[in-house]
Design a protein around this ligand. Structure first.
Ligand SMILES: Cc1cc2nc3c(=O)[nH]c(=O)nc-3n(C[C@H](O)[C@H](O)[C@H](O)COP(=O)(O)O)c2cc1C
Length: 162
């Protein structure tokens, strides 16, 4: 709590808690991949992991980690088409939930994360991401956001294919 997200989570320190209690324990902090989930469980002896910031822009990650812990089967990240569909659905649902005026602003950070994840997935140059982020995250028009999201992901697909 005092570190304010600086430094790295010390999963070994959690083991002392695990050893002292009889109820299930969930470890968290800096778990951004399956490998890190395994490392956190091994270091702490925890019964489960919780993913926070690692799920930003990739809400499928906790499910993938959970299924792989249960079955051992690794899953690929969703395709760009599926990632675009996720981002659009989330955007629409946030706008519907909060109303357009507040929802538009609230949804922006999620779109920013989704763009970052998709750009990383397709190894798009930093300039391409920056350009689309700037355009999409400043728009107040949902239709134009939808059009730009489509164009941005098309652009990323070109990078992925190159
Ligand atoms: C945007 C945000 C909001 C959070 N809100 C809470 C909260 O309300 N209560 C809480 O106990 N922890 C909260 N946390 C802390 C997380 O539960 C978690 O302990 C922390 O982010 C470390 O895990 P991570 O590295 O997987 O993100 C929040 C974290 C973030 C990034």
């Amino acid at each position: 709590r005092c570190q304010f997200y600086k430094g790295e989570a010390d999963w070994r320190a959690v083991r002392a808690v695990k050893d002292a209690i009889q109820i299930p324990l969930v470890v968290n902090g800096d778990i951004t991949s399956f490998d890190k989930a395994v490392a956190a469980i091994e270091a702490s002896g925890a019964d489960a992991v919780m993913v926070g910031r690692g799920a930003q822009g990739q809400p499928w990650l906790p499910g993938q980690i959970g299924r792989r812990l249960e079955t051992g089967v690794a899953e690929a990240a969703p395709s760009l088409v599926a990632q675009l569909s996720h981002a659009r659905t989330l955007y629409d649902e946030i706008c519907r939930h909060y109303g357009l005026r507040i929802g538009l602003r609230h949804a922006r950070k999620h779109l920013g994360w989704a763009l970052e994840v998709a750009a990383g997935y397709s190894r798009a140059p930093a300039g391409v991401l920056k350009n689309w982020r700037g355009r999409i995250l400043t728009s107040d028009d949902p239709q134009s956001v939808h059009r730009s999201l489509q164009d941005a992901f098309d652009d990323f697909a070109w990078s992925a294919a190159a």
